[in-house]
Design a protein around this ligand. Structure first.
Ligand code: TIU
Length: 228
């Protein structure tokens, strides 16, 4: 393998050609007031810490020509892909599909459903629209990864214990090696952030690896420099 990032439980080996950056659900509905995250009773400011380091990782990956993939959680405007159980969950006064300050909550095409300006996808970066928490469920993510020969995923986004964790578990079962960047993922609950990261790397890396954006960027930049 071409290069290694300092990580836990041990170094994460990756080859830039077969590695994708996967940014999970950095949508206004989760990180800005007035969306789904806040409707669930959460303080969205806790997630915003992940924005700046993720921006740096995104810039480094673009410079090194890595595949970059973005995901968004949300539903069709007619809500035909919204399971009644998900609609009912939480007994919310304003829930999925209802009108909020940023448009209909978690509905595709609405302002709140889209990715924040700081991490705006570039024109050729695939965006995966997913109805569930995992990015593989009911999407073409695996087809895209296979067609590009991707074997390793570097994962950022929100929330650590929900969509990030679900996606990493799905990826692990499909044979992908995942490195979760601890400063580029965020949770509304500090104790869940710690536990979700611990779960990934326990038992010899049962789901994957946990590392820091600085170490990943350093490995990527050194690698690119050596290739020149
Ligand atoms: N509520 C919560 O923590 N997360 C979600 O509903 N979706 C994602 O994690 N993207």
């Amino acid at each position: 393998m071409a290069h290694a990032v300092k990580a836990e439980p041990y170094a994460f080996a990756f080859e830039p050609r077969s590695t994708a950056l996967l940014i999970i659900d950095m949508q206004r509905d989760f990180v800005e007031p007035g969306g789904f995250g806040e409707a669930l009773g959460n303080d969205v400011s806790l997630l915003r810490k992940a924005i700046a380091p993720t921006r740096r990782v995104l810039a480094a990956c673009r410079k090194a020509h890595l595949t970059v993939i973005h995901t968004r959680e949300g539903h069709r405007p007619d809500l035909s892909d919204l399971p009644p159980s998900k609609k009912a969950r939480g007994r919310l006064k304003t829930g999925i599909g209802d009108r909020g300050p940023m448009g209909r909550i978690l509905v595709r095409g609405e302002y709140g459903h889209d990715i924040i300006d700081e991490l705006k996808p570039a024109p050729k970066e695939p965006i995966i629209d997913k109805p569930g928490k995992g990015a593989f469920y009911a999407t073409d993510l695996e087809t895209i990864l296979k067609s590009r020969g991707i074997r390793q995923l570097v994962v950022c986004g929100v929330t650590t214990e929900v969509c990030v964790n679900t996606t990493v578990r799905e990826a692990n079962d499909r044979g992908y090696d995942c490195l979760v960047l601890e400063d580029c993922v965020g949770s509304y609950f500090p104790e869940f952030q710690a536990a979700a990261l611990a779960m990934v790397k326990a038992q010899g890396g049962i789901f994957g690896w946990v590392g820091h954006s600085k170490d990943f960027i350093a490995a990527l930049v050194n690698r690119s420099a050596r290739q020149r």
